[in-house]
Design a binder for this molecule. Structure first.
Ligand code: HEC
Length: 151
């Protein structure tokens, strides 16, 4: 009678502790992946643009800058963005409701206007041109002053 009870007890202890180990591993993985995500250097270089991005753009274009497939286009490695910086400034000032093609994919959902000043538009576009490993250069306020704000 004694042996089966002891055996059951041992199984209970072993399975219990293996669950504990599994949980500890799962927790460690979460911690490690959080540590492995480095701060984007663009956050320190373009703090105003980073703040605007996190407030206004992140819902659609995502923290990764990858957007949402077939709905919101990527800004990371986006040929459309790099091709015309001034057009990108116009896009955040006035929005756009004509279909556009980014990296070979056509997007048809309109983007509403996002910012109200040329300064904010330049700040956030300079941020996205350089976030997520982008190497898109920058645009100056002087280059976009003639863009009319349409409301
Ligand atoms: C409500 C969702 C939404 C928000 C918020 C939003 N966008 Fe967009 N964005 C879109 C959509 C949809 C398109 C494609 C629309 C089109 O032009 O046809 C787009 C296109 C773009 C483009 C041109 C395409 C590309 O990938 O280069 C840029 C640049 C851009 N957005 C930047 C921004 C920035 C910067 C912000 C924040 C200031 C922002 N967007 C906020 C939905 C959004």
């Amino acid at each position: 009678m004694k042996k089966p009870v002891l055996l059951l007890l041992m199984i209970a202890i072993i399975s219990g502790s293996s669950i504990a180990i599994f949980n500890a591993e799962a927790n460690n993985e979460t911690t490690v992946s959080a540590i492995n995500l480095p701060d984007d250097p663009a956050d320190a270089k373009f703090p105003k643009g980073a703040k605007i991005y996190k407030e206004k753009c992140v819902a659609c274009h995502q923290t990764t800058g990858l957007g949402v497939p077939n709905a919101f286009p990527p800004l990371k490695d986006a040929d459309y963005l790099f091709a015309d910086k001034k057009r990108a400034v116009r896009q955040v000032l006035n929005g756009n409701n004509t279909p556009i093609t980014v990296n070979g994919v056509t997007y048809t959902i309109p983007m509403p206007p996002q910012v109200d000043t040329h300064e904010d538009a330049v700040a956030v576009i300079n941020y996205v041109l350089n976030a997520w490993g982008n190497n898109g250069g920058t645009i100056k306020l002087d280059d976009v002053k003639d863009i009319e704000i349409i409301r």
